[in-house]
Ligand binder design. Structure first.
Ligand code: BG6
Ligand code: GLC
Length: 965
């Protein structure tokens, strides 16, 4: 039995710390576990390592009298009492046995933590959620206060025996000193078990009385007074203001409420009281209110624990893990409802006979098993049952029949606390309470947060409130030391919740209103980018019109889509053979390749070369000289100097082709502007450079656009591939058109591949209605304003700039960075395609997004990151949809020209945006299906680039040239 004398004083504890020095290893670091088979905390009465916060170990000295002494180190003994290693239970006193049954060995706690994490995952997963005991309910609270919240907010809290009403005024000062006026109303006897309607009417009456007494005329005159409702029961929320009660607990069982939306029930009751200006804006669990109460600017709190009549916890989870809510961005607060942990029997072995009695006598037997182990509504009862058993064993009260103990509820938490907090109190009872199974679940939650945020260590604030926390001074110490033992990677700081959950509820309500206003403002900014189906149909029709105009000889000169003939009349048939050189110029990379086409297939080797911006925008001579240098270097490296190989040239710019090896550059695009090239034959420019370099080792036989190279490359594997699409730095498409439709080339037989040059679609003003102010600014700042207008809405070279323009507008409207100016956003081209692709990755934790933004020196909050992702999504979705509308026009035209009811065709596709962006291809394909339902379109990704296709074209040209010779 414990006595004061056996408790080590702090002095003694310090000196025992000195003893520890003896047990350090040779390196001076603390000695580790005594044996591998004994996990770190299993032995009682032996030196065993304790993990400190950072996971390193320290050694606790052997303490023979551990059952009786308590200190931080003693937590091991509270929980570490592995029964197998205990002193022989036959020798133990009944009290020791009773105590032991109430304590849980550390290993078991580790196992419980593991189960808890499993249960959490089960609760969050869409498929298993319905069966999960730990429900992990989404709260639709995705933001914590940022301190700018302002205004008057009404709160009503339903408590065990009371209704609390509060009027909270926030001043936007970091929520440091809100003004709070409150009034508490006692709930009439029996109301908890009565009719639901009566309960809600009572709450509304409390509100009415409170408002009558406290509100100023200013508040009375406001049109609406937003209300946050703290409802501390298990609810399935589908919105912040829609919460269906799943089940009552803690002695409540009002009729007609389970399955109903409690926000609606409260609103109706409020309306009955004629408080029409009071609007229920948010319903939340008390844990959420607690977490929010403890959250202030600069000190966000991301876990809330209530250790009161019931026990529960909420925390901020990564939204994408909360599959039951359709929210993938940011974080969402999840109400764990951890009181139900163990309802599937997983805790049966730690459930004592006392717990069983308490459960049986409760209003909800068999459920909320864990809550009944730790909630203060039940603690007194557990102690009472333990005392009954001990009395019966004559271990206490000398076996006198203490009839009073038989009465349910006679022992309240307060009694227990009085005893426990009184140094001279009954030490056994004190032990019982101290041994209470303060959960491993905080540890589970912290570990889960740490893992899912991809952190090595998690530093987090945990808001706590409740009778057990406020009334029991050692609660914090025990809770922290258990979580340190079980989750050494986490560093929680407990924050007491001043003002209960009411102040937090006001903040939730305030945040909800702030976010609603913000989301309206964001929608307004993004609205012009959101395209309806009708908009897309119109784009499709316009594209079709421009295609027809481009194909027709008379209208071709004024058509914005040039529909350039390529002189490629067949897709590959598999008979192509030979070794070829290929060049691939105009995408992200400039490549030189050697391609070997044999009966067995195609093999290639290539080298990437850089084209510096100075050369792209210098003279044509310098550009082609540079290209020649690269070719020569490549041939040397590949030992090809002595061979005269035919060369296929992928040149990804608009060219008026006169033949396969004669192509006049119409205009530069995508940031190129080398002088002296426009209007010239590009093949000749290359030959001239070869002459200048006196290089005879190549023979240019074909020039193709990258779309054509891509179509040919994919066509080698799939004969149905009759369309080439590029969505990369630029965008463009080509397809096999009936010769009879090609008015710009003589002859009606067969087909010819047409390089659409659709990037210029809209250059004649036909898409002006689509351009937003952002698109216009982006266009104006390019080197070719007014040109390639469609491309500038779609391709990788421009999307980042559109995003940047939108973000700048949002900063101006104070929607981003809390309105603080962000000079870094002024930097042109800071957002590359790579950025757009990463930021939209599904499941990418916000922390990673923030890291990306920080790399760009943008100091974004989590909310800023969410908003940025939304902007990127709007921009990339529009791009994919526009691309689909263009493609729909192409496939529909092919279907019609071929007189088919249904067209089956493959699109060979390439480009970094298409390849890297996580949603672009899905959005494109979905929209295309919708706009061209009679076409069955397959997308085939070009794996090896368009150089392979250029080589195949060169093969055909070479064969034809040889045949002619
Ligand atoms: C490459 C092709 O794979 O993709 C090029 O080989 C093409 O010919 C390019 O121009 C397009 O994508 P990006 O993103 O590099 O412009
Ligand atoms: C630009 C070019 C075009 C090319 C496309 C994709 O639009 O003008 O020729 O196909 O980019 O690279």
């Amino acid at each position: 039995m414990a006595s004061r004398g056996t408790r080590p004083t702090s002095q003694e504890r310090r000196s025992s710390g000195a003893d520890r020095a003896d047990q350090r290893g040779a390196d001076g670091r603390p000695a580790l576990s005594t044996g591998p088979e004994l996990g770190p905390m299993t032995l009682m009465g032996q030196s065993c390592p304790l993990h400190n916060r950072r996971g390193s170990a320290r050694v606790v000295p052997r303490d023979e009298n551990m059952e009786l002494s308590f200190s931080m180190e003693m937590d091991t003994r509270i929980y570490g009492s592995n029964p197998g290693q205990h002193q022989d239970s036959s020798q133990a006193t009944p009290i020791q046995r009773a105590l032991r049954s109430l304590s849980i060995p550390l290993e078991r706690l580790h196992i419980m933590k593991g189960h808890m994490i499993e249960d959490m995952c089960k609760g969050l997963c869409r498929q298993t959620h319905a069966q999960a005991k730990v429900r992990m309910l989404p709260t639709y609270i995705a933001s914590i206060p940022n301190g700018t919240e302002k205004g008057n907010f009404l709160v009503v809290e339903l408590c065990q025996n009371q209704v609390r009403t509060l009027l909270v005024t926030l001043y936007g000062d970091g929520n440091m000193s809100p003004n709070i006026v409150y009034k508490i109303f006692d709930m009439p006897e029996g109301m908890r078990q009565g009719e639901g309607e009566a309960l809600f009417d009572f709450i509304a009456q409390c509100l009415s009385k409170f408002l009558a007494e406290t509100t100023t005329s200013e508040i009375k005159e406001t049109t609406t007074l937003p209300l946050g409702f703290v409802f501390p029961f298990s609810c399935q929320q589908t919105r912040l203001d829609k919460a269906e009660l799943l089940s009552w607990s803690k002695g409540f069982s009002c009729s007609g409420v389970v399955g109903k939306d409690v926000a609606q029930l409260l609103q109706s009751a409020i309306n009955k009281q004629e408080l029409r200006h009071v609007e229920v804006v948010a319903v939340m669990n008390d844990t959420v209110g607690t977490m929010m109460t403890c959250s202030m600017e600069g000190r966000p709190c991301e876990v809330g624990i209530v250790a009161d009549k019931g026990s529960n916890c909420c925390f901020m989870a990564e939204s994408y893990l909360v599959e039951t809510a359709d929210e993938t961005s940011g974080r969402m607060c999840v109400n764990t409802e951890w009181g139900c942990f163990g309802d599937d029997g997983i805790l049966n072995d730690v459930f004592t006979p006392y717990d069983e009695c308490v459960d049986k006598e409760s209003s909800n037997p068999g459920v909320k098993r864990f809550e009944k182990m730790v909630g203060t509504l039940y603690v007194g009862e557990i102690v009472r049952h333990a005392l009954i058993a001990l009395t019966a064993e004559k271990a206490l009260f000398n076996g006198t029949d203490v009839a009073v103990l038989k009465q349910k509820g006679v022992f309240t938490m307060q009694h227990v606390l009085d005893i426990i907090n009184n140094e001279d109190g009954i030490t056994e009872v004190k032990k019982i309470l101290e041994s209470l199974r303060l959960q491993p679940r905080l540890a589970a939650i912290l570990s889960y947060m740490c893992q899912t945020r991809d952190l090595e260590t998690l530093t987090v604030n945990v808001g706590v409130e409740g009778e057990l926390y406020t009334g029991y001074p050692r609660f914090e110490e025990i809770l922290l030391s258990v979580s340190r033992l079980l989750a050494p990677e986490c560093m929680p700081t407990l924050l007491p919740s001043r003002d209960g959950s009411g102040r937090g509820a006001a903040m939730v309500t305030a945040v909800a209103l702030r976010l609603a206003a913000q989301s309206r403002a964001v929608d307004e900014v993004l609205a012009p980018l959101r395209l309806s189906r009708a908009d897309l149909e119109k784009v499709q029709a316009l594209m079709r019109q421009e295609m027809d105009r481009g194909l027709c000889k008379e209208t071709n000169p004024t058509a914005s889509v040039r529909m350039l003939p390529t002189y490629v009349t067949h897709t590959p048939d598999g008979t192509e053979r030979g070794d070829f050189l290929a060049l691939d110029l105009g995408g992200t990379n400039f490549r030189v390749l050697v391609v070997r086409v044999t009966e067995e297939g195609i093999t290639m080797a290539s080298e990437i070369y850089v084209i510096p911006a100075t050369i792209m925008q210098g003279t044509g001579e310098a550009l082609f000289d540079h290209i020649l240098d690269c070719i020569i270097d490549f041939q040397m490296k590949q030992n090809l100097v002595t061979q005269m190989l035919p060369l296929g040239f992928t040149f990804s710019f608009p060219c008026q082709q006169v033949g396969l090896d004669k192509a006049l550059l119409l205009t530069w695009t995508k940031g190129f502007s080398a002088s002296g090239c426009v209007g010239k034959d590009v093949v000749q420019l290359l030959r001239d450079a070869a002459k200048r370099k006196q290089h005879l080792g190549m023979q240019v036989v074909a020039l193709v656009n990258d779309t054509v190279g891509t179509m040919m490359a994919c066509g080698y594997d799939d004969p149905k591939c009759e369309i080439g699409l590029i969505v990369g730095t630029g965008t463009n498409a080509c397809y096999m058109e009936e010769m009879k439709n090609v008015g710009t080339v003589e002859g009606d037989q067969g087909r010819m591949c047409i390089n659409m040059e659709w990037g210029a679609f809209g250059d004649n003003g036909c898409l002006d209605h689509l351009f937003t102010q952002f698109d216009k600014v982006v266009d104006e700042t390019t080197i070719n304003p007014g040109k390639q207008r469609f491309e500038k809405l779609i391709s990788g070279m421009y999307l980042g700039e559109i995003v940047r323009q939108i973000l700048m507008a949002m900063v101006e409207k104070q929607l981003l960075f809390k309105g603080r100016p962000c000079p870094k956003l002024q930097t042109r081209n800071i957002f590359q395609t790579k950025f757009l692709s990463t930021i939209e990755l599904n499941g990418l934790a916000l922390r990673q997004i923030r890291a990306i933004l920080n790399e760009l020196e943008l100091d974004a909050s989590f909310e800023d990151s969410v908003l940025m992702r939304e902007v990127c999504q709007a921009v990339s979705l529009r791009a994919a949809q526009l691309c689909a509308a263009g493609l729909a026009a192409v496939v529909e035209k092919m279907r019609e020209s071929r007189g088919l009811d249904q067209l089956s065709v493959t699109v060979g596709v390439d480009g970094t945006l298409y390849k890297l962006h996580p949603c672009f291809s899905d959005n494109l394909q979905k929209t295309l299906k919708d706009l061209a339902p009679k076409c069955n379109v397959t997308f085939l990704l070009s794996e090896d680039g368009s150089g392979k296709g250029a080589a195949l074209v060169a093969a055909v040209a070479d064969r034809a040239a040889n045949a002619a010779k």
